[in-house]
Design a protein around this ligand. Structure first.
Ligand code: NI
Length: 251
């Protein structure tokens, strides 16, 4: 059995996507959210579908949406037992989005919410590794309930720092790309006990279906790549990554 630890399910025929996933042994899916609208959708989809769970959070590119009212709203939503984490939260300097200072403020505020709610976090970091690692290190106390760095694509040194903070990694389709040599090297070094699988669907479909609309059913391609890189069996990747999800997200 596999788990897709980070997917965006709110587009397309959700029932069919979930059915396709289950037919490919992907039995559980964590549906991530990024703004007010997707938080509500993720929670609704998790309520309606067995094996689907939700995260709630304001993505750094939507940092302007965050407010005291949203904090209250998130805390209300989090009472639903299907809400398993706070995310996606973090820093994204890739696009001309919200000011970096605002992103940092909203990231810190949501780390505090996760701590208060006793929930793990799901972190998005793009072109902002050093600022993100600084915020995480300065707020280590708030990381008590663990969490993951999603779509991790950093160096071995970054990985070591993240492990030192007690966090784990979710690894997606990028690791199957031919030009992802440095991530592949990092993956050889990362302990399997720290890795979970994700699609980040509908984005980032893995090889050999790269360029198509990604779905949770593609998780086995990512698992196979990790198995190949580590010279182990795909069954072992399935077993250990599922165990890791259970440890962090309590599902
Ligand atoms: Ni995502």
């Amino acid at each position: 059995m596999f788990v897709d630890a980070h997917a965006h399910l709110y587009d397309g025929d959700v029932k069919l996507i979930i059915e396709n996933a289950k037919n490919n042994l992907v039995q559980k899916i964590i549906c991530a959210s990024s703004d007010i609208e997707t938080m509500q959708k993720a929670v609704a989809i998790s309520n309606e579908n067995e094996g689907v769970f939700a995260t709630i959070g304001i993505h750094p590119q939507d940092a302007e949406q965050f407010s005291a009212e949203i904090e209250i709203f998130m805390k209300k939503l989090a009472k639903n037992p299907k809400v398993v984490a706070i995310g996606e939260i973090g820093l994204d300097y890739h696009y001309d989005g919200p000011a970096h200072d605002l992103q940092k403020k909203v990231f810190r505020a949501q780390l505090k919410i996760a701590y208060e709610l006793k929930k793990p976090i799901q972190i998005h970091i793009r072109d902002a590794m050093s600022d993100a690692l600084n915020i995480l290190s300065e707020n280590k106390k708030l990381l008590k309930y663990g969490g993951v760095v999603h779509c991790f694509n950093g160096s071995k040194e970054d990985a070591e720092k993240i492990i030192g903070l007690g966090l784990d990694f979710t690894i997606g389709g990028v690791c199957t790309f031919k030009n992802a040599k440095s991530l592949q090297e990092t993956l050889k070094f990362l302990p399997l006990e720290k890795i979970m699988l994700e699609t980040d669907s509908p984005y980032l479909a893995p090889e050999p279906v790269r360029g198509t609309k990604n779905e949770s059913k593609n998780i086995p391609y990512i698992a196979q790549k990790i198995a190949d890189l580590k010279g182990i069996d795909i069954q072992e990747v399935a077993r250990q990554t599922t165990k890791n999800v259970e440890r962090v997200f309590k599902i």
